[in-house]
Design a protein around this ligand. Structure first.
Ligand code: UT7
Length: 318
């Protein structure tokens, strides 16, 4: 599977830790030392569908292809401007695409799930070129009076154009789900139907930070190890590890357990916060634009999130 183009789009509004300290009992010192986050982008008046479409247009431009050259659009998204239509349909409308659109809600793992789905379409001979987007606005889900969650998140969209690659052995992927609706959950809108006794009440995102932290580090280490084994590659021979940018402490703990050097772990969490499934495509786009991704490199992608979903993929750049 080849990445032939990428694009990203971020909200214009930058929110620093000091700005959060103006209305929350928090500080730049606490947020930086516990998460590595210095600032994040938060949607003010943009629509997420516009950000997603902009990222996709840039990815198509970068790949030098048009919407009619695409056989499938997959969008990873937790919450968008509308419950329905799915965000992939808004992207289709904006770029002038009329084929199959699929939406995935795999929480922070969604982008890697979308890559895996794309790979299956290529393997089945059902597509030659696929546009994958991850667009997220987790700041919309957070309770902005809860200092333990709202400081973590940021909004953004990243997209890649994929083509079938030569190498059949890669990508190797592993996925898992350890169902849990207590540690990380966002209840949906309360029904007004008089015949329903909805078990989930309307509210904000709830997260048990320490449990999610433990799960995230374990999942990241075991998934990367298993995916590398499946791909038949030693961890030391992997060039870059693109991790879900939940926070820098999770990444440091995973990297330390894997005994790998910090230079192999590029990050964007310090200036974008946790952008859910958009973290990894945003990272891919910035690395491509800085000419840090090139043919011959092997990447390990790893993500984990609500569900609890998790997964990793070894991807060779062709
Ligand atoms: O995509 C996955 C998304 N989820 C995550 O990445 C979350 C993973 N979890 C974590 O990264 C960490 O658990 C957090 C960063 C969320 C919290 O760090 P922690 O070291 O686990 O803190 P804690 O929950 O044990 O809280 C320690 C103290 C508490 O105060 P008291 O009870 O000791 O007085 C919290 O109320 O830190 C307090 N605290 C804060 N203080 C200042 C929590 N959030 C803040 C804050 N500013 N923003």
């Amino acid at each position: 599977m080849k990445i032939t183009g990428s694009g990203s789009a971020l909200p214009a509004q930058r929110i620093t830790n000091d700005m959060l300290g103006e209305f929350l009992d928090t500080s730049d010192q606490w947020i930086t030392s516990h998460t590595g986050i210095k600032e994040r982008r938060v949607i003010k008046n943009e629509r997420l569908s516009d950000l997603a479409s902009r990222a996709c247009r840039l990815a198509l431009e970068d790949a030098k292809v048009k919407a009619e050259d695409i056989d499938l659009v997959i969008c990873s998204n937790v919450i968008s401007d509308c419950v329905t239509p799915g965000l992939s349909c808004f992207i289709a409308g904006a770029i002038g695409y009329r084929g199959l659109c699929l939406d995935i809600n795999g929480a922070c793992t969604g982008f890697i799930q979308a890559l895996d789905l794309a790979h299956s379409y290529f393997s089945a001979g059902k597509a030659r070129r696929i546009l994958v987007c991850a667009a997220e606005k987790p700041t919309h889900l957070a309770d902005w009076t809860d200092r333990a969650t709202c400081v973590l998140f940021g909004d953004g969209a990243g997209a890649v154009v994929l083509e079938k690659g030569r190498t059949e052995a890669c990508p190797a992927s592993v996925f898992g789900t350890e169902f849990n609706d207590e540690f990380l959950i966002m209840p949906s809108k309360r029904s007004t139907c008089p015949f329903t006794d909805d078990p989930y009440s309307e509210g904000f995102m709830y997260m048990n930070g320490q449990e999610v932290y433990r799960f995230a580090v374990n999942a990241c280490v075991s998934d990367i190890t298993a995916a590398a084994e499946k791909a038949g590659i030693a961890l030391g021979d992997i060039d870059l590890f693109l991790l879900h940018q939940a926070n820098s402490r999770i990444m440091t703990a995973a990297r330390t357990r894997l005994k790998l050097p910090v230079e192999k772990f590029p990050e964007n969490v310090s200036y974008l916060g946790n952008t859910s499934s958009a973290c990894i495509p945003l990272l891919i786009d910035s690395l491509r634009r800085e000419n840090k991704l090139f043919p011959g490199q092997t990447l390990a992608l790893s993500a984990f999130g609500a569900g609890l979903t998790h997964g990793a993929m070894i991807l060779k750049i062709e």
